[in-house]
Structures are given as structure tokens and as C-alpha cells.
Design a protein around this ligand. Sequence first.
Ligand SMILES: Cc1cc2nc3c(=O)[nH]c(=O)nc-3n(C[C@H](O)[C@H](O)[C@H](O)COP(=O)(O)OP(=O)(O)OC[C@H]3O[C@@H](n4cnc5c(N)ncnc54)[C@H](O)[C@@H]3O)c2cc1C
Length: 283
Amino acid sequence: MFFRQILELARQQRKRVKVVGGGHSPSDIACTDGFMIHMGKLNRVLKVDKEQLQVKVEAGILLSQLNLELDKHGMALANLGAVSEVSAAGVIGTGTHNTGIEHGILPTQVVALSLLVASGEVLECSGAERPELFRAARLHLGALGVVLDVTFQCVPRFRLREIAFPASLTQVLDELEEHLRRSRFFRFLWFPHTDRVRVIYQDPTAQPPKSSSSWFWDYAVGYHLLEFLLWISSFFPGLVVWINRLFFRLLFSSRSENVDRSHRIFNYECRFRQHVQDWAIPM
Ligand SMILES: Cc1cc2nc3c(=O)[nH]c(=O)nc-3n(C[C@H](O)[C@H](O)[C@H](O)COP(=O)(O)OP(=O)(O)OC[C@H]3O[C@@H](n4cnc5c(N)ncnc54)[C@H](O)[C@@H]3O)c2cc1C
């Protein structure tokens, strides 16, 4: 196997080997000054088990491709993060999460995987086989070996209805438990320097697809104009307060509703370049 030759060469040269997936991690976790492997061409679906609703894939497959493949078989991943241009191994290895109190991080959807370790041995892991290694390898941080394939537990294909509406930050924090009860996938986006938040509920539905998107408001105003104004605010930071207030009123102060296949609602176009940190705060 080609990978074993890379490991052997790295051993000889006393270098480390890192695998990069979609390269979407905001940190430098996938970077190395040793050898880097990109598994983008190892992107096949290896097995679909329609009875158990499980799918085995090569670790380099992007979730954007997997979502479409599963859709063809009437299946879907139960939960996804905001983007799907990430690989199966990368997305589990960093503990990628979505929102909602009932759902675990994405690695909890993995039922088996195989790992090529530094010795050149391939270890099959699952709840029944090497369970301790399996638990660690599901959230591997790229540090345990090369993940070669991943088996996901899926669910039947489903649609989500997304309702978004404005509220105040104080109100949402006061009623946090109630929001969490009311929607399976609840999140809120706060606009700093204001007391305004956008509350978003996403829940399974049998309703037909529905879209409230508009190129003019979403892109011309919500992306290009906003990015231009934010660029100006990098010279005059005091403007941010006014920009946030104005854009909340223009784009986020009314109710909107969208219904679509689960992956199209879970994923959203992030548009801007992002600087990301995740913080965990006790409720
Ligand atoms: C716009 C944007 C939105 C995002 N939204 C979310 C979100 O909603 N929720 C969330 O939790 N995160 C989110 N993230 C973070 C991102 O989803 C995660 O960082 C995810 O790990 C990226 O997957 P990747 O395939 O790009 O992994 P990479 O960044 O390429 O790699 C991640 C880690 O996995 C290792 N790795 C990759 N493939 C293998 C392999 N085959 N074998 C062994 N190790 C491997 C790498 O070495 C590295 O350590 C977002 C990032 C961006 C840029």
C-alpha cells in the first residue's frame, strides 16, 4: 500500500506524517513541516446497508458528496455542521458539532473505522472490536494514524423546516430552557453592540420545500454591501455599532421560513472569511 511506503520514508527521515481532509479547520491542526497526505481521491462509497441504515466510505470523501449519495438511497446523516466541504475523517476527528441539546458531536454517528497506525498495521475498530481505541479514534485529532474508512450510522432521509425570527438577547437568555425544548435544533445569533438576536429553530417536517431566499437581500445587501461597510469600519471601528443595528433591521428583523432536505438546511453559506473560536459555557 502506498501509505505504508510514505510511513516508511517518514520513519527513515525521522519526520511526522499528517493527513489533511477538507483543510477547513480554523486552526493549524492539519499542518506539518513533515509529510502531508491529501486523501481527496479516496472518496468512494464502499458499502450501503439499507437495512441497518449504515454507510461505509473512504475517509477522504467530502460530506457534500456523501449527502448526495445518501439521498439517492433514501438515507441521510442525522446531524451535520454548517459546512459539508469537509472530509469524513476530518469532520469526526475534530469533534465537529451542530446545535440542539439532544444531539452529540458528529463522531457519535460513527459505528466503525479503520486506522493505519505508524507500524504499518491496519486496525479495525468498532464498539465490539478494540472498543477503547475506537472511542479515542472517533475523535482522533489527526494524531493516532491514518483513518482509511469510516462507517456512519444514518437515518431515513428527512426534511427540515427552519423558522427564524428576531428577539432580544435578555429574553432569549431568560427563556433558554424553553427554546431548547421547543426546537430540536435551536440556535441564536447575537449582534454585538445591540440587544438583538436572531433565533433559529430547525425541526423535521413533512411539509413541501419552501424558500424565502432572495439574491438581492442575501447577496447584494447581506454580503457585498455589508462586507464593503465592514471593510470601511476597519478604519473607523466606531461604525460597527451602526452597521450591526442597520443590518439587523434590514435583514433580520422579520420572520422567515425555509423547508428543504436536511443537509440543505443544516448547511449554510458562510459567505465571509471567518475567524472562529468555540467556547463551552455551562448553561
Ligand atoms: C466556514 C466553516 C464553517 C464551519 N462550521 C463548523 C460547525 O458548524 N461546527 C463545527 O464544529 N465546526 C465547524 N467548522 C470547523 C470544521 O468543520 C472542522 O474543523 C472540520 O474538522 C473540518 O474538516 P476537514 O475535512 O476540513 O478537516 P481538516 O481541517 O483537513 O483536518 C482536521 C484534522 O483531521 C485530520 N485528518 C483529516 N483526515 C484524516 C485522515 N484520513 N486520517 C487521519 N487524520 C485525518 C487532520 O490531520 C487534522 O488533524 C467550520 C469551519 C469552517 C471553515
